[in-house]
Design a binder for this molecule. Structure first.
Ligand code: C2E
Ligand code: CA
Ligand code: CA
Length: 722
């Protein structure tokens, strides 16, 4: 159930990492697309500005060109001379009028007298009279002429401006015709030369081409909002028309060209973002799920789905915290007879049985309780509703009753039982683990008292447990300090009362407690796992001492737990080899506890011992449940009738009958019988007559040290012999 600790940071790490990646990629995408957009619009804006200044430059260049043309023609001595003398009209017509037909720099030429009348007027090679002139120019002609006079003699800057005409917008420029070097020249008496040039479609197209302004047109309205324009101004700086053109948007155009790539990149980036987001979400979910599963696993039993020990403790603590421990009781159930089921039918059946027990607990007990499996065949029931001792003991009993009906597993009817220990907390120590410890103590007591019992915790159990663990510590130390000794009790032939063997019995004389009886320290050694060591010490000592006593047998007691040790037979063999003791003279005494705890292992141990040539006796027969079947199956070499049966012999006829029947049973199985605990002659006679071959008891001898056996039975006889 141990689950490795999972770092709590991981989900946070995933969220932060995913967000960081998302923000970085998203930000990158935003910056890149923003930059491209910015580049496109600023390229558009730059081109718009370029086109505007180009348009203005084009108009200015037109004006400059016309200004230069007018000046070249008006600041001309020949012209002045010719106009002042006779034949002025002819001269002007030839030099300026005729050229209007196809001259690129002007298409209209006038020479205006100081009084305002035209000396000559030509438009596209055709002569105009004054009426024509007035109807052609829709305004400003007079102002332009006046401005030319105002400009003064040899002026650098001449009036050039746009003017509205019958045929459309034209550029007009004027200058007084004047000679060079004439300081007192009268501008008001001068003739004024006027050139004009219509801004025809072809002129506009030429400007468009020269200045790279696509779609340039001349119009008198403002045009649509999206069009760019430059104003066309008259002599008074009023706009009389404008040149308009659509913005070229080269940036947008370039952007349109790379748009596909940009869109594709955007899609890839979005897909990448989505992938990162999805991966992050999936990863996060997996982590959360596995964390949830780990949390569940850490608190639940995999086999039954019940809470496990950790989960149970958590529930207990929560219950205790919520109700102050006043209403919480914990019942711990241990199955009786589960192990033999497991051993006989295997773990699969054992597992099914555990599951069936869990199901039954859940369905038979009140729904208010919590059921947990603490491990193995141990369950716990937490009850938060009953504070009364009466209610709690009733629950304990119903837990035991729940186990009473046999279980049906794979067609097998399996009978088991249960022992329960229960505890409710006093208000001072509110901890689940303490409650569990107390219920465990009570369970331990319930099991030692027998099966199918419920025991409530009481403080004396703690004292007892304390004493027990103190004793265990002392025994551990005593074993190391060689405080365990061995005494020997003689066995005699029933007919002759001659010595036939001895039984080795362990003794512990503790410097603290004095002599501790084996009925006390053997169970402690068994529980503390010291019995193997203790048993081996007794066996070795017995065999070593026994080497001095030729021809008699030696019986050594072995605990059922020792038979579970897979190395037991090897240890016996080594002890025999070490001492040189004849295996045929050694008898191992076992009690019937071995059949109950683990028959299979016991049988294997018996076979191993028999292979060594060692005999096996059944001890304490008659006080337990051993059946004829098991006696046969295990093939004992002899049996010892329990002292309790012998004790009853004095006087009571019924006890005599029981004793006789028991010996008769052993005889029927051809087992030699030893009677132990013979204290009186009467008992000795009774058991001999019943058919016992060997006798043992205080009547003949108490257990005595080896030296006494030697001096009593061997030294004297050898002394007699010598
Ligand atoms: P047990 O195997 O039945 O040993 C016989 C017990 O009966 C001995 O008690 C012995 O002193 C006592 N006894 C013999 N004759 C009489 C009699 O006439 N009257 C009375 N009242 N008692 C008599 P002990 O030595 O106290 O041993 C008690 C039990 O401790 C033994 O019972 C045996 O089960 C266990 N034990 C002793 N030594 C060992 C050992 O080395 N290993 C194991 N596993 N168990 C041992
Ligand atoms: Ca014995
Ligand atoms: Ca006995």
């Amino acid at each position: 159930m141990a689950s490795s600790p999972r770092p709590q940071l991981r989900p946070l790490t995933v969220i932060v990492t995913s967000l960081a990646i998302l923000l970085t990629l998203g930000g990158l995408g935003y910056v890149v697309s923003g930059s491209i957009q910015f580049m496109a619009t600023s390229a558009d804006r730059m081109d718009d500005a370029r086109a505007l200044s180009a348009a203005k430059a084009a108009l200015a260049a037109l004006k400059k060109q016309l200004s230069a043309t007018v000046r070249d023609n008006a600041y001309w001595d020949d012209a002045y001379e010719s106009l002042e003398n006779g034949g002025a009209k002819n001269w002007a017509s030839e030099n300026w009028g005729a050229t209007t037909a196809d001259y690129p720099l002007y298409d209209t030429a006038l020479v205006v007298e100081p009084d305002g009348r035209s000396l000559v007027a030509f438009h596209k090679g055709v002569e105009f009279n004054d009426a024509d002139v007035n109807s052609f120019f829709l305004g400003n002609l007079v102002d332009v002429i006046a401005a030319a006079r105002r400009a003064g003699y040899a002026a650098e800057t001449l009036p050039v401006a746009f003017v509205d005409t019958r045929d459309g917008i034209a550029l007009i420029g004027a200058a007084a015709v004047q000679p060079s070097k004439h300081p007192a020249f009268d501008m008001n008496a001068a003739k004024v030369l006027v050139f004009a040039k219509l801004l025809s479609q072809s002129v506009v197209a030429e400007i468009a081409e020269t200045y790279d302004i696509a779609g340039l047109t001349l119009s008198d309205d403002v045009g649509s909002e999206s069009m760019l324009h430059a104003d066309v101004l008259d002599i008074h700086n009023r706009d009389i028309a404008r040149v308009t053109w659509p913005p070229a948007h080269p940036g947008s155009a370039s952007y349109q060209q790379v748009r596909r790539t940009v869109v594709a990149s955007g899609i890839i980036l979005t897909a990448l973002l989505a992938a990162v987001a999805i991966c992050g979400a999936v990863f996060l979910r997996a982590i959360l799920n596995s964390e949830r599963a780990a949390q569940y696993e850490a608190k639940h039993d995999a086999l039954t789905g019940l809470w496990n020990r950790a989960g149970c403790l958590e529930r207990l603590d929560a219950a205790l915290a919520s109700n102050g421990g006043n209403h919480t009781t914990l019942h711990v159930l241990d199955l009786d007879g589960f192990k033999p089921v497991n051993d006989a039918w295997g773990h699969l059946v054992g597992d099914q049985l555990i599951k069936a027990v869990a199901t039954r607990l859940l369905s038979n007990l009140p729904t208010t309780v919590t059921v947990a499996r603490l491990g193995g065949d141990e369950f716990a029931v937490v009850d938060n509703t009953s504070a009364l001792e009466l209610g709690s003991s009733a629950l304990s009993q119903s837990i035991i009753d729940t186990m009473a009906t046999p279980f049906l597993i794979d067609g097998r009817i399996i009978e088991i039982g249960g022992s329960v220990g229960w505890a409710c907390l006093d208000t001072k120590r509110q901890e689940g683990s303490e409650l569990l410890r107390r219920a465990d103590l009570a369970l331990y007591r319930a099991k030692s008292l027998g099966r199918g019992i419920a025991v409530n915790y009481d403080p004396s159990l703690d004292e007892e447990a304390g004493r027990h663990s103190e004793l265990e510590q002392e025994l551990r130390r005593g074993l190391k300090a060689n405080e365990i000794s061995v005494v020997f009790q003689p066995l005699v032939e029933a007919s002759t009362r001659r010595l036939s063997g001895v039984e080795a019995l362990a003794r512990w004389s503790s410097p603290i407690r004095g002599s501790v009886p084996p009925d006390v320290f053997i169970p402690v050694a068994e529980k503390a796992g010291l019995i193997d060591q203790l048993g081996l010490q007794v066996l070795r000592t017995a065999l070593r001492e026994g080497m001095r006593w030729h021809s008699i047998g030696i019986a050594v007691n072995v605990s059922p737990l020792q038979l579970r040790n897979p190395y037991f037979c090897r240890q016996v063999r080594d002890a025999l080899a070490e001492s040189g003791f004849d295996p045929a003279r050694l008898t191992i005494e076992v009690t019937e506890g071995v059949f109950i705890s683990n028959p299979g292992q016991a049988k294997r141990a018996f076979d191993g011992l028999r292979a060594l040539g060692v005999k096996i006796a059944l001890d304490d027969f008659g006080c337990g449940y051993a059946s004829i079947g098991t006696l046969r199956e295990f093939g004992f070499d002899s049996m010892k009738i329990d002292r309790s049966l012998v004790t009853g012999l004095s006087g009571d006829n019924n006890a005599g009958a029981v004793f006789q029947a028991t010996v008769a049973l052993a005889n029927a199985l051809s087992l030699p019988v030893t009677a132990e605990g013979i204290e009186t002659e009467e008992q000795a006679t009774a058991v001999r007559l019943s058919g016992c071959e060997k006798l043992q008891g205080y009547l003949f001898s108490k257990p005595v040290p080896a030296s006494e056996i030697t001096s009593r039975y061997f030294v004297s006889s050898s002394a007699q012999a010598s």
